[in-house]
Design a protein. Structure first.
Length: 96
């Protein structure tokens, strides 16, 4: 008898309306979060790499860490000038 019944007990209380804005994805918010966290991660990794870098950069590094005196230091100053002098020196072979 139920299968032959054409009446239902369903009634529409409120009609459905499509939303005016999409709820997700929030593109501007996601881009701002990505820029912020990307910058934070990049700066943090830079500081971490610099902290873990154990190279000696000056005589001061040796004297403070190892507590020994530094007798001499070799610097890079003047290397470009020396290269220019060799390039333009008079005893250079003549170019053919």
């Amino acid at each position: 008898m139920e299968a032959q019944s054409t009446q239902t007990d369903i009634a529409v209380l409120n009609p459905a309306f499509p939303p005016t804005d999409p709820s997700k994805p929030r593109v501007l918010f996601n881009v701002l979060l990505a820029v912020f966290f990307g910058t934070l991660l990049g700066v943090s990794l830079g500081f971490l790499i610099e902290l873990l870098d154990r190279r000696v950069r000056s005589g001061e590094d040796i004297s403070t860490v190892l507590d020994i005196p530094v007798l001499a230091e070799v610097t890079k100053k003047g290397r470009r000038l020396e290269k220019l002098r060799r390039l333009f020196s008079r005893n250079r072979a003549a170019m053919a």
